[in-house]
Design a protein around this ligand. Sequence first.
Ligand SMILES: [Mn+2]
Length: 311
Amino acid sequence: MEKEKIYVVGHKSPDTDSVCSAVVYAEYLKKAKKMNAVPAVAGELNAETKFVLNRFKAAPPELLSAALGKKLVLVDHNEINQGVDGMDSATVVEVIDHHKIVFACDSPIPFLVKPVGSTATIVAKILMADKKNFLLTKKSAGLLLSAILSDTVFFKSATTTPEDIDIAKKLGRAAGIKKLVDFGIEIKKQKAGLKGLCADKILYSDFKTFVAGGKKFGVGQIEVCGLQEADQRQKEILEAMELARQKENLALAVLMVTDIIKEGSKLLAVGETGYVEKAFGKTLENASVYIDKAMSRKKEILPPLMRAFEN
Ligand SMILES: [Mn+2]
């Protein structure tokens, strides 16, 4: 009898970390654990991830649009509302992640969460510890390296730890890539910017919802090289954000326009924007405010925002 299929899947609006971690970890489960593991994605691939998969000759994972009745390994997320639809009627058998923990489960499962810059860092360590299966191929090393460089914005994000840098160097050697930062910039350039994206796509390219103080809110993020284009299109983006906020019943919707060159983020906000002012002690102008040095949603934007909702 064929073993039951297990889908290894990241969050919706999949990013390079979500996808590459799923691809490599599924291969690990298959080869080292003899499981019938299949990598999957919870949404359309972005241009950056397509570039990375192509670069290391990896097939795009299958699209999983409904989780109902399926067995899942979650990578790069542990919040049910950020994952594949129907997850409450799926069985989560394992989690590997680097985000805050909100997961609940009525039976014990392997649950590995570490405060590092990317899920790929954790997956890479698992592969490196398994000496007998030779899983750290050029392809898997290249995919994981790309994910680390992407998630940590080539080590510039506040989420970067010494472990990410150390693992990335080892992966670089295995993948035959010497100049890590240069390669990181090449990866990031694939999708940085707003060119060719409608306002809706800009908001939803990386949008996550959260609950705090009994209210639901959403924070999206888009990376750009310079804020000029975003400034010009601000009105149109804010209109799309307000529509999305109403549609998804959110108290507040925020978009981080993160300038990876200037290393800061302009926040656009609609809805109960007082929470943004409270969180950052700044007054919004034109529904927006620039936060210098803030590039990480998880580390620099979410914690003060959550506190503002909770207090
Ligand atoms: Mn990640």
